[in-house]
Design a protein around this ligand. Structure first.
Ligand SMILES: Cc1cc2nc3c(=O)[nH]c(=O)nc-3n(C[C@H](O)[C@H](O)[C@H](O)COP(=O)(O)O)c2cc1C
Length: 359
């Protein structure tokens, strides 16, 4: 048994959430494998169309009858002037030429329709809905709750957690700066807050009354026990599952993850216009001179999409976004079930051995 306030609410055996990871890693096979192993698998659906979301749910439900989650991006209204966008698109042609692609002068369409994605989630009555990059409308949060869906928001500061609690979420992911992928920061007072998980979790726990989920740099049973000690009710682990057998991460990304270290990542805005942690690539190094004039998310994300897709086709990791956290040395190519099992066993062993400190 490893019960916390959250395991009973999420109806999972263990306080382990596999992080939603948009862009391919969180396949239905991964989500279902984690849920079947006693954790909560989560589908990163931020870049999926409503049809893709529905078909992923179908496949997950064919593979498991346990609870699972889905995650979406709260949309933002960027206000980058058109000349900056055109200038960036022109500049990016340098990489398109290097990758034998056609140059581009047009600006691609931006994102999937959030309203339609939400509609798909509502119609499918998914057990858990999480979101990042902001707070959805009250209408959406209340509709989810009426549906019996458990609602989880993402915060990188105590103020963001307080705003999420006031909006009525059921639990909050405390995303520390070690975390791989995009920062969930959304309050303008702290756009670049980089608070580590160890510092963030206990401060958040002290200030909100809903359960807090620790996230960022948690890779095994040691991270789980540490997080529970800090007052978290569960952990959300991303990088730990990225190189797993069921992960849909690109083979070149998996290979990089398995050969990278704690100092291999950097925070960058060059791929998407929003701060995100990933393994350092030639593209990140080369774009450093442009850091000041990157169009805001999701514009830059749309502008670099064709480059990332060509890099994926050509197995060239230097132009891929290799999102990953600082726990990289601990990543392993195991099955998702094995990762959950090892994490739980190690945590149990540690808790038993720590008994001596209480005497
Ligand atoms: C490849 C990748 C993609 C991610 N995509 C999402 C996402 O779609 N939605 C989200 O809320 N968080 C996303 N995250 C962040 C995770 O939810 C979580 O905060 C992070 O993985 C925790 O840090 P760790 O990678 O050190 O475990 C992503 C992380 C990674 C590594």
């Amino acid at each position: 048994m490893m019960n916390t306030e959250l395991t009973s609410k999420l109806k999972t055996q263990y306080p382990i959430i596999q992080a939603p990871m948009a862009g391919g890693p969180t396949t239905p096979a991964l989500v279902a494998a984690v849920s079947n192993a006693g954790g909560l698998g989560s589908l990163g659906a931020g870049y999926l169309s409503p049809e893709q979301i529905r078909s992923a749910f179908k496949e997950i439900r064919e593979r498991t009858d346990r609870p699972f989650g889905v995650n979406l991006f709260v949309p933002e209204q960027p206000n980058t002037p058109e000349d900056i966008i055109n200038e960036m698109n022109h500049y990016l042609n340098k990489y398109r030429v290097a990758l034998n692609m056609a140059s581009s002068t047009s600006i691609p369409s931006i994102t999937e329709s959030f309203e339609e994605q939400i509609q798909a989630v509502l119609e499918e009555k998914v057990p858990v809905f999480s979101f990042t990059f902001g707070i959805p409308s009250q209408e959406i949060i209340q509709a989810m709750k009426r549906n019996g869906t458990f609602v989880i928001g993402t915060a990188t500061t105590v103020d963001e957690a307080a705003a999420l609690e006031a909006a009525g979420v059921d639990a909050i992911v405390a995303q520390g700066s070690e975390a791989g992928g995009h920062r969930g920061s959304f309050l303008t007072s702290s756009p670049d807050a980089l608070i580590g998980t160890m510092a963030l979790v206990p401060q958040m726990v002290d200030h909100v009354s809903v359960p807090v989920i620790a996230s960022g740099g948690i890779m095994d049973g040691r991270g789980l026990v540490a997080s529970l000690s800090l007052g978290a009710s569960a952990v959300q682990m991303g990088t730990a599952f990225l190189a797993s057998a069921e992960s849909g991460a690109h083979a070149a990304q998996k290979q990089r993850i398995l050969s990278s270290n704690e100092d291999s990542t950097e925070m960058t805005k060059v791929y998407s216009g929003k701060a995100a942690r990933g393994i350092l690539t030639d593209f990140m190094k080369d774009m450093r001179s442009y850091e000041g004039s990157i169009p805001a998310y999701p514009i830059q994300n749309a502008l670099t999409r064709d480059i990332r897709q060509a890099a994926a086709r050509g197995n060239n990791p230097e132009y891929l976004s290799l999102w990953a956290g600082q726990g990289l040395r601990l990543a392993a190519n195991l099955s998702a079930a094995e990762i959950v099992k090892q994490t739980v066993n190690q945590a149990r062993h540690l808790i038993r051995n720590m008994g001596q400190f209480g005497e």
